[in-house]
Write a protein that binds this ligand. Structure first.
Ligand code: C2E
Ligand code: MG
Ligand code: MG
Ligand code: MG
Length: 288
């Protein structure tokens, strides 16, 4: 950016821009080594089935445990990893790690993994998934692949073909962050998604926007009538949970139900609460 300096001159680099650039280059440097150093971790957020009132699976969420910066969330490094092509090996690690972990859980527990557009475009995603299924012994029907709407901004034959290949493998495909893209409804015509995850921004808007209730209800109805599972994300209050339950969402996720938790916390949760049928009771009792 261009800024008028104190003495009336112009400088192209404001101090904070220079800082940003140097932070970026040091992050790039660190990111290139993070995989080899074992700095990535997966957290897992429980998914609640609203009718059964049971946890039916977990979504794997990537974290970077940086040696000096602490825990970094995906929003702060995934875009750079995508730009640098590093999302390919990182994304492969995510899939292998998540599948290996889920293979230890009761067979009723599903695992959801997020994949980036870049992983689709480079063409190796299907092979990576096949190999990770084989290595982990995990049944394909326990796996959900979450893709975001932006994938279809390039609504190419190739992308659709990959989605069909995922189905052919027996994997489920979920459309994540539904409602935040530009022509969300087109995607539902282009591919038979197994699940729609409505973005948390709509759930948050429930508190102060009348229209949010109508939109959430319309999406639930689309899911019901098209035979697509619906998940409401970002549930933080008992009232929001009541609302999405009343609107007949299939599933809910959010801090109220449980925060994303470490691998060990999930193991603890499943061991503590698993009964002989391998079912897991719900984490919170929602108020009626
Ligand atoms: P997402 O897939 O939509 O994941 C949901 C995000 O919402 C997660 O943020 C989760 O921690 C957060 N969340 C869950 N419940 C609540 C709630 O009640 N309130 C609020 N405010 N937030 C909640 P996170 O872990 O920071 O991930 C952000 C995004 O990064 C994800 O959005 C996903 O698009 C991407 N991401 C995460 N893991 C991976 C990965 O392994 N690979 C790729 N390519 N992207 C990933
Ligand atoms: Mg997701
Ligand atoms: Mg989402
Ligand atoms: Mg998201």
């Amino acid at each position: 950016s261009i800024k008028r300096g104190r003495r009336g001159g112009y400088s192209f680099f404001e101090p904070d821009l220079a800082q940003t650039l140097s932070a970026r280059s040091s992050m790039e440097h660190d990111l290139r080594r993070a995989l080899a150093n074992g700095e990535f971790e997966l957290f897992y957020q429980p998914v609640l089935n609203l009718a059964a009132q049971q946890i039916v699976g977990f979504e794997a969420l990537l974290r970077w445990r940086h040696p000096t910066e602490g825990l970094i969330l995906p929003g702060d490094f995934v875009p750079l990893a995508e730009e640098l092509g590093l999302i390919m090996p990182i994304g492969e690690w995510v899939i292998r790690e998540a599948f290996a972990e889920a293979a230890r859980w009761p067979a009723s527990m599903r695992i959801a993994v997020n994949v980036s557009t870049v992983q689709f475009e480079r063409g190796s995603l299907v092979g990576v998934l096949v190999n990770a299924l084989a290595a982990s012994g995990l049944a394909a029907d326990r796996v959900e692949v979450e893709i975001t709407e932006t994938l279809f901004l390039e609504q190419s034959e190739t992308n659709l073909d990959i989605l069909h290949q995922l189905h052919a493998l027996g994997l489920k495909v979920a459309l994540d962050d539904f409602g935040t893209g530009f022509s969300a409804l087109n995607y539902l015509l282009a591919f038979p998604f197994d699940k729609i995850k409505i973005d948390g921004s709509f759930v948050r808007a429930l508190d102060n926007t009348a229209g949010a209730h109508i939109i959430l209800g319309a999406v639930a109805s689309i899911g019901r009538r098209m035979g697509i599972v619906t998940t409401a994300e970002g549930i933080e209050t008992a009232e929001q949970l009541r609302n999405v339950r009343a609107l007949d969402y299939t599933e809910a996720q959010g801090f109220l139900i449980a925060r994303p938790m470490s691998r060990d916390a999930v193991r603890h949760l499943l061991d503590l609460s698993s009964d002989p049928r391998g079912e897991v009771p719900m984490v919170v009792e929602p108020k009626a």
